[in-house]
Design a protein around this ligand. Structure first.
Ligand SMILES: C[S@@+](CC[C@H](N)C(=O)[O-])C[C@H]1O[C@@H](n2cnc3c(N)ncnc32)[C@H](O)[C@@H]1O
Length: 427
């Protein structure tokens, strides 16, 4: 295994429907050095991030598509073009190393060589041809361009461009361990710098491995996007209250809530037991406690046993269309037909948990989506169904006020695309 084989193997898996994180696991583990792993990972993310543009160019160069069983060769060609276009690899090495990576299919070597040399020769013409094709120009699938343009006619071009920018690394300082300013000073001692965001956040100038963050293992700091950090303050639980975090894994918001206010009885629920283990790990590192339960939030009859909560957070399963810059494979994996099913599940969870909210209590609904169907339209329909529900207006200096809730579009103030709505229950 070398980095280009590893990247091609992972990309082929994504093209077959696997998530990029899962697809990278084995190929990366088979590489001998951290440098090889870093290169393979950067190559994979780059190719998947620019897939629609690269695939258009590869299509022009190949003339006719390769057979499905040769998806690894297709992936190598995309890797080759991406190295030539955007990576700091010497062009002759980009070509020769990519050709060499096809060792197991000797017939493909001359094909890859010809395709990449033709790309080098005709790059300007091919890049400008890509501008004439909708998917290649915007580097998104056509259905998603249409959908985003319908929801955000004034912002969709900015949104499409933001989806293709790598996301920054943002930290949430644990206020129980030290102040944000004190942590900024610790970072500076390590030669790292960043900008403050919200109450406890720091957006790093450059991403680093978490092991390089002072005090990470001891719980001084966590990694969490600025938009996700808003949840804890919006939920605003008071000492002694019962809090249900209904879709909790991997536990970023559970931890943020408890860091601000440890005197709470938190039930962290997630339907996926393996993901729930990650909540356990997070809480352990931060020395926080919550009750954890692997259960279906849409079926409280099976687990709630008459319990009530003063605060409920529903960080709902969603399309993830606000976090494409972190997970570019979402562009390839998400299908338009997923959206109705997701919206149905969100409505089911909202309706199922509403009776568990104590009178006078507050429910916070969140998604990392930018689609109205999952956000303001979801909440409008919910309010229509529940006479005892009243929206609490979010006055804030972030995002945009919507007919219901507030929306952050991807890249605004360097944050992920996110949505929040706060609903109170009459006393
Ligand atoms: C957006 S993620 C939550 C992120 C988490 N709140 C955090 O801040 O780290 C949504 C979670 O909902 C969970 N989920 C999906 N369907 C569910 C259901 N019916 N009941 C409970 N959890 C569910 C998924 O397993 C996933 O972990």
């Amino acid at each position: 295994m070398n980095p280009r084989n590893a990247a091609a193997a992972a990309i082929s898996q994504v093209l077959r429907g696997q998530s990029l994180t899962a697809a990278l696991e084995h190929p990366l583990a088979a590489l001998p050095t951290p440098q090889d792993r870093a290169f393979a990972q950067a190559l994979c993310y780059g190719v998947i991030r620019h897939y629609y543009r690269l695939n258009f160019i590869a299509g022009r160069l190949l003339g006719k598509p390769l057979k499905t069983k040769d998806q690894d060769i297709q992936a190598l060609i995309l890797c080759g073009i991406h190295q030539l276009q955007a990576m700091r690899v010497k062009p002759h090495a980009a070509v020769s190393e990519t050709v060499a990576a096809a060792a197991r299919k000797p017939w493909a070597k001359s094909l890859i060589n010809a395709v990449l040399r033709n790309y080098q020769r005709d790059a300007a013409a091919l890049d400008s041809a890509a501008q004439t094709d909708q998917e290649a120009r915007h580097n998104h699938p056509a259905w998603l361009i249409t959908r985003l343009a319908a929801d955000w006619p004034e912002h969709y071009l900015q949104l499409l461009a933001a989806n293709d920018q790598p996301a920054p690394m943002t930290l949430r300082v644990n206020p129980r361990a030290q102040s944000r300013d004190a942590y900024l000073a610790l970072l500076e001692d390590q030669g790292l710098s960043g900008d403050p965001v919200h109450e406890y956040g720091i957006t790093l100038e450059q991403a680093v491995n978490v092991e390089q963050l002072p005090g990470f293992a001891a719980g001084a700091v966590s990694v969490q996007d600025g938009a996700a950090q808003l949840a804890a303050a919006l939920l605003d639980p008071r000492p002694g209250q019962r809090v249900l975090d209904a879709c909790a894994a991997p536990g970023g918001k559970t931890a943020a809530i408890l860091e601000r206010q440890p005197d709470l009885k938190v039930l962290a629920l997630d339907v996926d037991p393996a993901r729930l283990q990650r909540v356990q790990d997070t809480l352990k590192r931060l020395r926080l406690t919550a009750e954890l339960l692997a259960a279906d939030a849409s079926q409280p009859a099976t687990w709630a046993q008459g319990r009530a909560f003063e605060r409920i957070l529903i960080d709902a399963p969603c399309s993830g269309l606000g976090v494409i810059r972190r997970h570019p494979d979402i562009k390839l994996l998400r299908r338009p037909e997923d959206l109705d099913a997701l919206a149905e599940l969100q409505a089911k969870i909202l309706d199922a948990l509403w009776p568990l909210l104590a009178p006078g209590g507050v429910l916070l609904y969140a998604t990392c989506s930018v689609l109205r169907q999952e956000n303001e339209a979801q909440i409008a329909a919910f309010l229509h169904r529940h006479a005892d529900a009243a929206e609490i207006t979010l006055t804030a200096d972030w995002g945009q006020a919507r007919p219901h809730g507030r929306q952050i579009l991807t890249g605004w103030e360097n944050m992920d695309g996110f949505y929040y709505a706060k609903i109170g229950k009459s006393a």
